[in-house]
Ligand binder design. Structure first.
Ligand code: GBH
Length: 476
């Protein structure tokens, strides 16, 4: 007997895969591309495991036709990619780099020719280095520059790209980039991180306005957040849950969807900043009507209050001596969750995804949702026969898709799902050792090999149905 029955998805459900520019493109110094903060960061010794950089990545920039062919054979209805800001506007200024733009133009046209909807993310963490030198996201001007960039992209690609995502995971940009420093630009100043939160929110709102003014009238505009599904160890830990929910989720949902920062967030962080960088109309600007909310989900988090007497657990994945991304949360403990775990050390628990989607259904019933990332890293190996038997990834994807189906059955308006990732790629501070792809990339030859999960996903897409757990996923 299968442990879970087959599940059919709605007729027009959008199936896709996702990547991001710096993680796959390579060609870092080609055709006029300027440096981003990730070039600088990855070239700084000690920042990325094994000294890996995105200089070559998956060489997607030169293998565009091959990768379009893979997407075609997968049969996906959509492909989520990101545009490298310093490739199209080197230095973050207003001079358009035509050769850089041509690449995205070819990508978009190639997708449309194959009946695949392009879903373009404007910012997946690759800030032009010059804008960081001028102050980065803690600096208000960066938000204004971002809006100009959005305007240019709407003007040039907006006739053909009809789904836009402004920011990918501003949580990471602000807190990992400016508080814990494990992501570029690697700064560790909590006050700057909260200023970055605000200017990302402001930049989001301004860029939505810019896209509305320039893109096609039918364009859908969204933002992608890595919302944290936060659980307390016991009912006594409600205060710890509230604190983390405020910093992780409502710091973005508040201004973007409700037009105001939560009062409790302002109070919780009063020892760090007075929030004077929030000007009168900023919260209203951040709050632009959205067509979709993008949700990236990997795992839930488990917290409890810390009274100062025991040895504090710091199982938040950032405990290895680096500063905490959790500002003013010294009295909150992140508790190790039961396994199984992925290769990232993240626990596998799809129930958090259903619960998160139901919370969004309740809090924002009119806002359609899209899973813009979900997936897992495992230690994949290519066998002598050339197959990659990634049974654990198939199991992960099946569980999480079933969790999405549960949420849809309970009334959540989920319109699509994008596997992270199309192919193994540059996993930020973890380099190439962590493989998230459904397509295997050989690090010597850069050859692509379909993993069993890619064959399995192709069948899911073709049938609109997630098969039961006993169904084999074998290549033809
Ligand atoms: C996404 O970020 C990125 O958008 C994508 O580029 C990246 O390759 C992909 O995911 C895989 O990492 O240690 O239990 O507290 C992931 C954001 C934020 C998810 C931190 C895991 C820590 C979980 N991550 N979170 S825990």
């Amino acid at each position: 007997m299968p442990t879970t029955p087959a599940r059919a998805f709605p007729e027009n459900f959008l199936w896709g895969t996702a990547t991001a520019a710096y993680q796959v493109e390579g060609a870092a110094a080609e055709d006029g591309r300027g440096p981003s903060i990730w070039d600088t960061f990855s070239h700084t010794p000690g920042r990325v495991d094994d000294g890996d950089t995105g200089d070559v990545a998956c060489d997607h920039y030169h293998r565009l036709e091959e990768d379009l062919g893979i997407l075609d054979r997968l049969g996906v209805g959509a492909y989520r990619f990101s545009i490298s800001w310093p490739r199209v506007l080197p230095g973050g200024g207003d001079r358009l780099n035509q050769r850089g733009l041509d690449f995205y133009s070819r990508l978009v046209d190639g997708l449309l020719e194959r009946g695949i909807a392009p879903v373009a993310t404007l910012y997946h963490w690759d800030l032009p280095q010059e804008l960081e030198d001028a102050g980065g996201w803690p600096h208000r001007d960066t938000a204004l520059r971002f809006a100009e960039y959005a305007h240019r992209m709407g003007e040039t690609l907006g006739d053909r790209v009809h789904t836009w995502i402004t920011l990918n995971e501003p949580w990471c940009s602000a807190y990992l980039g400016y508080a814990s420093g494990v992501h570029a630009p690697g700064r560790t100043d909590p006050a700057d991180a909260l200023a970055a939160v605000h200017h990302l929110n402001l930049g989001h709102g301004l860029s939505v306005q810019a896209l509305r003014a320039t893109a096609a009238p039918q364009a859908r505009v969204a933002v992608t957040l890595n919302l944290h599904h936060v659980r307390g160890v016991s009912e006594r830990d409600a205060e710890a849950v509230r604190r983390i929910d405020a910093l992780a989720n409502r710091a973005f949902l508040g201004p973007m969807l409700d037009g105001a920062y939560p009062r409790d967030l302002i109070e919780d962080t009063a020892s760090v900043t007075d929030w004077a960088f929030v000007r009168d109309s900023d919260e209203a600007t951040a709050c632009q009507p959205l067509d979709l909310l993008g949700v990236n989900y990997y795992n839930p988090v488990l917290v409890r209050g810390w009274d100062g007497t025991t040895r504090r657990e710091t199982a938040d994945g950032h405990a290895d001596g680096s500063a905490s991304p959790w500002i003013a949360c010294e009295d909150v403990e992140f508790v190790q969750q039961p396994g199984p775990y992925t290769e990232m050390g993240w626990n596998i628990d799809e129930t958090g995804l259903t619960e998160l989607l139901l919370r969004l259904r309740d809090d924002h019933p009119a806002l359609p949702l899209m899973i813009t990332e979900n997936g897992a890293a495992f230690a994949d190996v290519r066998d002598g026969d050339g197959r990659v038997r990634d049974v654990r990834r198939v199991d992960y994807l099946r569980r999480h898709l079933t969790a999405v189906a549960d949420a849809i059955d309970a009334g959540a308006d989920v319109r699509g799902y994008f596997v992270w990732s199309l192919m193994d790629n540059f996993e930020w501070a973890r380099g190439y050792a962590k493989r998230f792809g459904i397509v295997y990339v050989d690090r010597e030859t850069l050859d692509r090999t379909w993993k069993d999960s890619a064959h399995w996903y192709r069948d899911v897409v073709a049938t609109g149905t997630v098969p039961d757990a006993s169904s084999p996923s074998l290549p033809e």
